[in-house]
Write a protein that binds this ligand. Structure first.
Ligand SMILES: Cc1cc2nc3c(=O)[nH]c(=O)nc-3n(C[C@H](O)[C@H](O)[C@H](O)COP(=O)(O)OP(=O)(O)OC[C@H]3O[C@@H](n4cnc5c(N)ncnc54)[C@H](O)[C@@H]3O)c2cc1C
Length: 429
């Protein structure tokens, strides 16, 4: 066995970024994935480097909006009924963190990790041949009414307080930046620190090829379990093949929960399925990513076409996708781009690995320090992937990470930490 060796489970953006960080630090790396070059969340996402997203999903007062969103069967939020009983602990924790003090704590941790994103992403993109794929053009969040913007002002102020640049714009200023938008847009916010990439699939493909060219081994296989050994750990594949290493990193996206549970760690990570449609020749041109705040979807001008994406569907990992959601998102887009041509749109869906507190799980497993977790990045896996890779490479080498990773610890899901009696005011909010 080489001096330090690592097996990374998962070849999504997070696993590949971890492998990059390890390799750059002299760690020999093997990546195991059931389908290394195949479809995954990292392949069809909206392409946003969303560093300004520092407010978690669960905030005070959210419960007032949820029933309204769920009234529409193809609306922004859906729960598949058969999955709801299994989702209850996740939902309980989601509600529990929606207090002003928890939102402050979580936002600070998100601002910390997002604040490092360009420090880690730019060198990675430059080295592997993706320098021209990052478009630093900011993003526009648009609203159909003054009320819409005012209702979100608390979040915008919180972001400002955490160092996010926020510029309010009038309808005329927005149309000057994005003439394709219909006059239904009344105001909005420009966030110049946001970027987008040309094509998420290209990013994982180029990174994977670079890793192989630079010595990483990729093994195709379904990991059945991860087992600590006396001087490291081993992965056991379906069929019994075993591979050992000094360290094993679990970066298996929305599938990570099962492997962590086998290790004896309690983790609340759920599939939050999202949908996109990519239209190669939409007949409308955008300069930058646009976020439609009232209707909860986004449009990103990728090199392969206009990608319209959104939806948050909690139905577990096994249920078939409902592409009526992709169609519903295109219908919404027509509202803002009346001239859009939808022919030839390619529909896709993927499992966001989402935790109730919107924070990723990065750090050592409770029972074994040789097993390291890197999953649960929810809406921000593309954004936070390279920084996660940097943090994990520090952990592999026994160095102190550059940011405080305590908020990302798997220990936060421990049953001892969360009980009704810790937050009896939950139902009074
Ligand atoms: C519609 C949509 C839009 C999004 N937009 C953005 C965005 O604009 N910006 C952003 O930052 N993020 C965005 N995201 C989120 C982002 O895509 C995810 O957070 C990220 O891709 C997760 O990466 P990952 O590597 O953790 O997981 P994945 O990409 O899902 O990769 C996990 C890998 O693990 C493998 N695997 C799992 N279990 C096993 C096993 N037992 N054995 C072997 N292999 C296994 C899988 O095959 C897979 O290849 C979006 C997501 C969606 C769905």
């Amino acid at each position: 066995m080489p001096e330090v060796s690592a097996i990374v489970v998962g070849a999504g953006i997070v696993g590949l970024s971890v492998a990059y960080g390890a390799l750059r630090n002299g760690v020999s790396v093997m990546i195991v994935d059931r389908n290394p070059e195949g479809d995954k969340a990292s392949f069809g996402n909206a392409g946003g480097i969303a560093v300004t997203e520092v407010v978690p999903a669960s905030v005070p007062g959210l419960w007032k909006k949820v029933p309204f969103w769920m009234l529409d069967p193809l609306g922004p939020l859906a729960l598949r009924m058969a999955h709801t009983p299994r989702l209850l602990p996740w939902l309980w924790n989601f509600a529990r963190v929606g207090t002003a003090s928890e939102v402050r704590r979580i936002s600070t941790a998100l601002a910390d990790i997002n604040g490092r994103v360009y420090d880690d992403l730019l060198p990675l993109f430059n080295e592997v041949g993706l320098a021209g794929d990052l478009l630093q053009k900011g993003a526009l969040t648009v609203y159909e009414s003054e009320n819409g913007l005012r209702n979100d002002m608390h979040d915008w102020d919180a972001k400002r307080d955490l160092g996010v640049e926020v510029q309010e714009l009038t309808a005329a200023e927005i149309r000057e930046m994005e003439p394709a938008l219909s006059p239904i847009v009344k105001n909005g916010v420009f966030t110049p620190q946001w970027s987008h990439i040309k094509d998420p699939k290209r990013v994982v493909d180029v990174l994977r090829h670079w890793l192989v060219a630079n010595g990483a081994e990729i093994v195709r296989g379904e990991v059945d379990r991860v087992v600590p050994t006396s001087d490291g750990a081993k992965v056991v594949l379906d069929g019994g093949r075993e591979m050992t290493a000094r360290k094993i990193v679990i970066a298996a996206g929305a599938w990570s929960g099962r492997l962590a549970k086998q290790m004896g760690d309690r983790v609340l990570v759920e599939s939050e399925r999202g949908y996109t449609t990519t239209i190669a020749s939409p007949g409308v041109a955008l300069e930058r990513e646009v976020i439609f705040a009232d209707r909860k979807f986004v449009a990103t001008p990728l090199s392969i076409g206009l990608r319209i994406g959104g939806a948050a569907e909690f139905g577990g990992l096994e249920v078939a996708p409902n592409y009526a959601r992709s169609k519903a998102l295109v219908k919404l887009a027509k509202h803002y781009f009346p001239d859009i041509r939808e022919e030839g749109g390619v529909e896709w869906s993927g499992h966001r690995p989402t935790t109730p507190d919107s924070l990723p799980v990065i750090g050592r497993s409770g029972p074994s320090s040789n097993i390291i977790y890197a999953f649960g990045h929810g809406h921000l896996g593309l954004t936070q992937g390279p920084t996660t890779g940097k943090i994990v490479s520090d952990l592999l080498l026994g160095r102190k990470p550059l940011i405080d990773i305590a908020p990302f610890s798997v220990a936060r899901f421990s049953l001892k930490k969360a009980s009704f009696y810790d937050s009896p005011d939950l139902f009074l909010r």
